[in-house]
Design a protein around this ligand. Structure first.
Ligand code: ZN
Length: 269
């Protein structure tokens, strides 16, 4: 009897994770966020580095980059309100002007509204140190999230979380493929990945950094539309998918890092 109950519990737990797993994947996995943090670290101004030290000490942007995901497991519910700051949902295939006006007129807190609010907090030296440190931790993460195209995805499928696909032999969902599977497939450590990406020329870097926050969102959105349109009917993703999207993936990680540096250089001058 006892054995029977235990196996029943195990089955329920397994089923629970099967059902829930797709719904709890919410951003670039640990590697992607660390790549963004590491690239940013290499593009900080002297002044920003100095100011940053007061906030982060000897730690690095990459080591702080995943905190915003870890706090989702905080059982005190202190951070529950932050979970909807990781993404923004908009209808697909909007024209640019419609996208921009929709983005700017959303009534709920979201990735776009909070990046702006947190940047203001980070800049404000009259705020307590701890408040600015939290703003920094979240910003490091959210500038990364904004470059994961499915964080600028569609509400109906929770940014691809409900789009079932396979990644080679594994059953997963489209959002998870972009968070982790395709990143891990490259088989780099985060610092190796950052080394490989960090070879852009000064003109490109300047152009990518100096475009507006709204442009950054629009780029992710355009890529998200391509990602949605590129799911094959059988949902099978593998070598060919990697071949199609590898350069987009790399570009998003690189731009994420360069733009995080830009945001910090501006906020901490
Ligand atoms: Zn996130």
């Amino acid at each position: 009897m006892r054995r029977f109950i235990n196996s029943g519990i195990v089955k329920s737990i397994t089923l629970f994770f099967f059902l829930l797993a797709p719904a709890i994947c919410f951003s670039w996995g640990v590697t992607g966020h660390r790549v963004v943090g590491e690239i940013a670290q290499r593009h900080l101004s002297k002044k920003a580095k100095k100011e940053l030290q007061k906030l982060i000490g000897m730690e690095s942007l990459s080591s702080w980059s995943n905190w915003a995901d870890f706090i989702k497991s905080d059982t005190t519910h202190t951070w529950d309100h932050v979970s909807k700051w990781h993404y923004v949902n908009l209808p697909g295939n909007l024209a640019k002007e419609d996208f921009l006006s929709s983005l700017q007129n959303l009534k709920v807190e979201n990735l776009y509204s909070q990046i702006k609010a947190l940047t203001v907090e980070l800049k404000d030296k009259s705020l307590p140190l701890e408040k600015r440190q939290i703003a920094l931790r979240l910003l490091i993460h959210f500038i990364g999230d904004l470059h994961q195209p499915l964080h600028v995805g569609r509400e109906a499928d929770l940014g691809g979380n409900r789009v079932k696909v396979s990644w080679f032999d594994k059953q997963t969902n489209l959002h998870s493929v972009w968070d982790s599977d395709i990143v891990e497939f490259q088989q780099y450590s985060y610092s190796e990945y950052a080394n490989n990406l960090n070879i852009a020329n000064a003109t490109d870097i300047k152009n990518w950094q100096e475009s507006s926050l709204e442009e950054w969102f629009y780029e992710s959105y355009v890529l998200a539309n391509k990602v949605y349109a590129s799911v094959p009917a059988d949902g099978k993703l593998g070598y060919k998918y990697n071949y199609i999207f590898k350069s987009d993936l790399d570009m998003q990680l690189l731009k994420g890092g360069l733009r995080l540096a830009q945001v910090l250089n501006e906020a901490l001058k």
